[in-house]
Design a protein around this ligand. Structure first.
Ligand SMILES: *Cc1c(COP(=O)(O)O)cnc(C)c1O
Length: 357
């Protein structure tokens, strides 16, 4: 039976990515050796990281003055690397969910943190509006897509002269962004790019070297900027896979084309949920709804059917639709590699289930 992969992360990758990665594990760049057993300093691997860097710059239209890094440690490592490198006195954070909250907790180890707004009061099912970012902060940090709650901020915020930092782990490459507004963008690879193990960091060179504290070598962005992510052994396999995904994105016509499809996929699923008698979306305001992670639950009068629906959908090939434990219900993640066909299969499955009840 065909599987439809709605996992939130690690999550679906393109067949192109998986096939080329599998081939390289057997025979990398016609070296007669596996990608797993060659030096990261070989000219063949250097070519991989160079091309991946160039493609990130091309696809995201990154202007001059920025470095693209491929680092280990996951997006969670960036929760501490950002304040380590950028927070001298005070930073502002927007609290839109678990990941934002974890970032705040780390930043508090380095200086004063002003939480400008929070949507914790309604279990993070909306994006706070009308908050003010103070002008005397070293930077403002926010999470563009809240993977667990299915909310998303798709418009780069206006923060005047304040440095802007974003965790884009679960929606990078799903929309065109104005990189020039940001000082740091980071994203763990395992949502829209590659297997777990590498994190993309886009850093404005000019933002570095402004704090007075000593920074451990490996946690210092400057180390990795100076060495082109090759200070130590980088995560070779996920970087190779990332390159395949980036090539695939380019072949699709780039980010703007991908964005159109992503918007259409999400619109179709939300429309089906909104029209349903038994399902309801957890994010009421359409403007706040994520196009990457669609969260929905059973209406209260059908609440007892939740487990039955998961079993029913699983039997029809739907994988990974159980909601995160802090929201419950269901979550369908519609990352770039998920075809429209899978969205249609899920909708058909929901309709069939609804007709039975
Ligand atoms: C998954 C995720 C993270 C955590 O990523 P790790 O690579 O596991 O550390 C952080 N932020 C967001 C928005 C995520 O979706």
């Amino acid at each position: 039976m065909k599987k439809h992969n709605f996992y939130a992360g690690p999550s679906i990758l393109s067949e192109y990515t998986i096939k080329n990665t599998a081939d390289a594990v057997l025979n990398f760049a016609d070296m007669g050796l596996s990608l797993l057993e060659i030096s990261h300093r070989s000219k063949q691997f250097q070519a991989v990281i160079d091309e991946a860097t160039a493609l990130v710059k091309e696809l995201l239209e990154i202007p001059e003055g920025y470095s693209v890094l491929f680092l280990g440690g996951g997006a969670s490592m960036q929760f501490c690397m950002v304040p380590y490198n950028l927070l001298q006195n005070k930073a502002a954070y927007l609290d839109t969910g678990v990941w934002a909250h974890k970032a705040i907790k780390e930043a508090q180890l380095f200086g004063e943190v002003e939480v400008v707004a929070s949507s914790a009061d309604r279990n993070y099912n909306y994006i706070p509006r009308d908050f003010k970012v103070p002008t005397d902060v070293d930077y403002f940090h926010y999470t563009t897509n809240n993977t667990i709650y299915g909310t998303e901020i798709r418009k780069d915020p206006e923060v005047g002269n304040v440095r802007l930092v974003a965790d884009m782990s679960s929606d990078i490459f799903s929309r065109a962004i104005d990189v020039s507004k940001y000082d740091v963008i980071y994203a763990g690879a395992q949502k829209n790019l590659a297997p777990a193990g590498v994190t993309i960091v886009i850093v404005k060179d000019d933002a570095l070297g402004k704090v007075t504290r000593p920074i451990p070598t490996m946690l210092n962005y400057k180390t990795h900027v100076d060495k082109g992510s090759m200070f130590n052994t980088p995560p070779v396999l996920p970087i190779f896979s990332a390159l395949q995904t980036l090539k695939y994105y380019k072949s699709l016509g780039g980010i703007r084309e991908i964005e159109k499809v992503d918007i259409a996929k999400a619109a179709k699923l939300y429309e089906a949920i909104d029209a349903s008698r038994i399902f309801v979306a957890t994010v009421p305001d359409h403007a706040d709804r994520s196009i990457m992670n669609v969260c929905f639950v059973m209406k209260p009068e059908y609440a007892e059917l939740e487990k039955e629906f998961v079993d029913f959908a699983t039997a029809q090939g739907m994988v990974g639709i159980k909601g995160h434990r802090s929201v419950g219900g269901f979550r369908a993640s519609l990352y770039n590699a998920l075809p429209m066909e899978s969205v249609e299969a899920l909708i058909a499955c929901m309709k069939e289930f609804e007709a039975k009840h």
